[in-house]
Write a protein that binds this ligand. Sequence first.
Ligand SMILES: Cc1ncc(COP(=O)(O)O)c(C=O)c1O
Length: 395
Amino acid sequence: MTNETTAQDFSNDAIATRAIHAGQEPDPTTGAVVPPIYMTSTFRQPHVGQPINGYDYSRSINPTRNVFDEQLAAIEGAKHALAFSSGLAAIDVLLRSVLKPGDRVMLGNDVYGGTYRLLSKVFEPWGVKITTVDVSDLAAVNKALNTESFALIWIETPSNPLLAITDIEATAAIAHEHGLIVVVDNTFASPALQHPLELGADVVAYSTTKYIGGHSDVVGGALVVDDDELAEKFGFLQNSAGAVPSPFDSWIQIRGLKTLPLRMQRHSENALAIAQHLEGADGIEKVWYPGLESHPGHDIAARQMHGGFGGMVSVQLSGGKAAALKFAESTRLFSLAESLGGVESLIEHPAAMTHASVAGTSNAVPDNLVRISVGIEDVNDLIADLDQALATVNA
Ligand SMILES: Cc1ncc(COP(=O)(O)O)c(C=O)c1O
């Protein structure tokens, strides 16, 4: 059965193999090895109510999106993956599927600003309550669990932008004792480095805009889940509310996902070299990178992440906010831009950019912080660029 066009089982293959082959059966009509972009909104049905293979309308089901869903689920080793038009669209569907007014969410105190905004500006007025907790501290989680009653815990690990590490296995275990749904936003690690479901999480959320797309050319999101009932709820709301990716966006993410394991290896190598270089450098007060032994979550990260610590590094400048702004504006190869996870290096000032919506809240970020998305360029060129930017700051 080597060259048949029928579906094969890749579950015993390694991630790099699954990333390239899972869901990618050659097109049965032509044998094309790359899935076609089914740029169609609807499908001709031979008889009333009998769509071919269930394909009736592209908001509900589209063959290109299905390939992406299957490929992502396979990389993660999960039963279900559902693609959305953005990370926040995926998060919105997840939260609306499982929460009702009166429920309380335990939210990490270092999370993407947009997640905080969605919860505090959309879900709170709807009646959902939020308690922010340092979820990287098991004792703090335990204390919160014994003080209030929660429906869901939201974990980012590594977190955005401070790269805090939460022990997924230990936290999921105590959260489950209290009946919570455990969600991990795995955007920073990507499915190439970390599989939260295997560690006890119930749902994994992604902004696929980042490492999964990988080339800063698409906005997307996904939910990954083993539980059939949860998957059905997400699918129902996905179809009812309609925030799905286009066939082209699905296709471009299929292409991105194929090289994810390779890219994550290089992102991680470059980021570690940069973090080590910047640690103790003149003008740098603190480097946050889970691959550094000085990072408080290093041992946990080494246990729950496989093959690297990711491409995100954050630094605090000794010269305060002014130095941080100058550093972020002085690079040549690192583009001053929001987002992360593309092949090209980016730099930004979270307090004024990605996390402006958490200013003045419990989730506010330090204003001397600069976040760096380390790309896959030559690491010596990247280090030279950061050195010259730092020299400008220190001049
Ligand atoms: C960790 C994390 N989660 C979710 C999101 C939201 O994703 P999107 O911008 O694709 O809606 C982002 C975006 O930056 C993010 O960094």
